[in-house]
Design a protein around this ligand. Sequence first.
Ligand SMILES: Nc1ncnc2c1ncn2[C@@H]1O[C@H](COP(=O)(O)OP(=O)(O)OP(=O)(O)O)[C@@H](O)[C@H]1O
Length: 219
Amino acid sequence: MIFNLENETISYENKKVLDSINLSIKKGEKIALLGSSGSGKSTLLKRLYEIKSEEVSYLPQDLGLVNNLTSYHNVYTATLEKKSTIYNLINLIRPFKKDLYEVSKILKELECESKLLTKSLNLSGGQKQRVAIAKSIYSGKNILLADEPISALDEYICKKSIDIMHKSFETIICAMHNVDLAIENFDRIIGIKNGKILLDKQTTSISKEDTNRLYYVVE
Ligand SMILES: Nc1ncnc2c1ncn2[C@@H]1O[C@H](COP(=O)(O)OP(=O)(O)OP(=O)(O)O)[C@@H](O)[C@H]1O
């Protein structure tokens, strides 16, 4: 078991944002996290990240890119801790060919290679998301916790990015809003409503009623 939450409750200003959550996640699972805005998805992902921060690549909703750094340098920051300070400093000024090649290979797969040396502030929202996905992949971690990483991508690149994430990470928990995309591309759906888990099923047994209960008031 990678994650095991038992009766997990998180409150802000006396309001329960996660309410008595019980959740087990096994190695190898590909999970989509659904729920309306404010239901608690980001809070759950942050909590999971806290538990296993060393082993996890966490892709936050704000992407965490540095505006004045190029795509290359933003991606490279995922491995700063693995290399010496002097190596990192030289690389900042004059990128090493080997690192440049590795980063450009990932960006090429994500069809964003032409933006390798473009500063983040000059990228579109969808390009920034792809750079952030590339950064997660470059980290070399096995577990991805991603908070709406594909919301700004068109249908084609969205599907392609999900496939690349699946190929690059053994275990994925991905918050998203597109129900159809979640069902088509993930094995298990966890649905949160008002801080509680309302739905936890394998995708193969999900019904329209299940997802409706997540987003609408159903009697
Ligand atoms: N730092 C904080 N302080 C106070 N309240 C917070 C804080 N972070 C989140 N919340 C509240 O917790 C609730 C859940 O927020 P969360 O960001 O987890 O939802 P979400 O499902 O990820 O939403 P979205 O789909 O809009 O990203 C919201 O009501 C939000 O206002």
